[in-house]
Design a protein around this ligand. Sequence first.
Ligand SMILES: *Cc1c(COP(=O)(O)O)cnc(C)c1O
Length: 393
Amino acid sequence: MESKTAWIEQEIAQLKAQGLFTQIRTLQSPQGAWLNVDGRRVLNLSSNNYLGLANDSRLIDAARQAMDRYGIGPAAVRSIAGTMELHVELERRLAAFKGVEAAITFQSGFNANLATLPALVGKGDVIFSDELNHASIIDGARLSRAEIVRYAHADPDDLRRKIASTPTSGRRLIVTDGVFSMDGDIAPLPELYAVAEEHNILLMVDDAHGEGVLGKGGRGIVDHFGLHGKVDIEVGTMSKAFGVVGGVVAGKQVIVDWLRQRGRPFLFSSAMTVPDVAACLAAVDVLEASTELVDRLWRNADFFKREMKSLGFNTGQTQTPIVPVMLGEAPLAQRFSRRLFEEGVFAMAIGYPTVPQGKARIRVMNSASHSQSDLEQALAAFEKVGKELGVLE
Ligand SMILES: *Cc1c(COP(=O)(O)O)cnc(C)c1O
């Protein structure tokens, strides 16, 4: 009889043959501009550590001090005995930072989506979802059991058509990523807001890659477009620019109150740990005190994008510090990434199913932690490998 797991071995062999098997590298150092990866010192272009906060001494000190006072673990779900004054303080500070009535934190951005969508819509309701939305939105939408109607990427006109052709007596919700993580483009939020208003539909944006990046001092996509008070639900993460881990939902008090009653990851999974919360509080302090890190991030990203284009690389539709270097087929992207690594540059290849077939790429994540000479070194490595592999003339 065939082994019960033989099919998995076959699937994995197939992934490897197609160049789609993800090799997970192990870090022996903190996150930063440079990493020790699999025993090598390499320039880091792969992390979501936009502001360099993942190894910032202010966050580390705050975490240490909080542990001395509160210990480590929350020891319970929030609604039973796991809410400490630190959690409440973080929510208050995040709401003020984002300019909204209230905020609620979750263990991760992924969990924030799993909590929010099923709490707001259910069977008989409809979710209008951008076709390139993040996996956690897709999973949250599926969990809700609402009908899911996908509209063409970043296309308010297609959204209008889909709304018109989907009559319902149930509730409706429009959901979009704020920044699309694989292409670095920004959702047309003012236009989506106009559609939501026309039809009186709830509007939700997942700003995981905009938190700490877009808007004044990193206040996010709603601030970027000046849409304060107009977007019903802002999901965010503290796992990217904030440099820690955790999710947040910000918006109207009534929605936050409801999520405390009905958000299942809030009710059935333990809270963020003490050092996480304290470090996130310190991150808010850093962002409120100065726009310096956010400004440096954008200066770095603008320089890198300009230089990559003038070398002749196709960097797609990016409007943010995320830079897709479009290469086409997955095996080429993997070979490119391996060669960059040998040249001392750690930049991940991304292929199907994370991006469509034939749209494989290297995704470069810019960071405020990079120096000018780091960026120049990265550009030199891209130029060398690009010529060697025939991507550049
Ligand atoms: C990264 C990401 C998440 C998940 O955030 P975590 O805090 O890492 O769980 C959710 N949504 C979007 C759009 C993301 O890019």
